[in-house]
Design a protein around this ligand. Structure first.
Ligand code: OGA
Ligand code: MN
Length: 203
């Protein structure tokens, strides 16, 4: 973990994002996925909203995933173990990148077949305190034919834009600066399961 944390912090410092494969072990991933499927089957997921506070609304033409916010007081032992890993990331990013991260919020996400999330930034006027986005994919298997990639955009100085597509492979962790990397979830051809969260600079 020590080396991994080194890697994560130096990549965030140098290029604002990092992709780590096999961030969690297979048994751990499968167990987390199992818990999440159970919550889905219990009907606990809701259409995700965009905006915040009074402006919050479901806009399925912008995003059509379903989410369940995690309650820090009600974490299962597995979920708590995942939060503990994120806490280590928080600390190393504070030490090495001086990001002033103070808390974490996150939700389970499920993208049913055909769903997507149009291009956006995770940090915007309504949620200025999100500094770092952390996503863990839990899918059992994924191939390019399943589509549903995370597309990250990298604006260039000549105003063109490069992008990189990242498949939601199980165990893969993606970390990026919420205010710097516009991204989208391309329409998925298979149910797509993940945990998405944000390290924030407020409590
Ligand atoms: C989000 C998001 C990306 C993904 O929830 O804000 O952009 O790959 N998720 O799930
Ligand atoms: Mn996002």
């Amino acid at each position: 973990m020590e080396e991994l944390l080194d890697h994560i912090s130096s990549e965030i410092y140098q290029k604002s994002y990092v992709i780590v494969d096999n961030f969690v072990e297979e048994d751990f991933r499968k167990a987390l996925l199992g818990e999440q499927i159970q919550l889905v089957n219990q009907g606990k997921f809701r259409h995700a909203a965009v905006g915040k506070g009074g402006q919050k609304q479901v806009r399925t033409e912008i995003r059509s995933d379903e989410v369940l916010w995690m309650d820090a007081e009600e974490l299962s032992p597995l979920q708590a173990a995942y939060w503990a890993k994120i806490e280590e990331i928080r600390q190393v990013l504070n030490q090495r990148c001086l990001l002033g991260l103070r808390s974490f919020e996150g939700h389970f996400a499920r993208y049913p077949i055909g769903s997507f999330y149009k291009k956006h930034l995770d940090q915007f006027n309504a949620v200025p305190h999100r500094v770092v986005t952390v996503i863990l994919y839990l899918n059992d298997s994924w191939t390019p034919e399943d589509e549903g990639a995370l597309r990250m955009y990298f604006p260039q100085e000549d105003r063109t834009e490069l992008f990189e597509d990242v498949l939601p492979l199980g165990g893969r962790l993606v970390v990026f600066l919420s205010g710097e990397i516009p991204h989208e979830v391309l329409p998925t051809k298979k149910e797509r399961i993940s945990i998405t969260g944000w390290l924030k600079n407020i409590d």
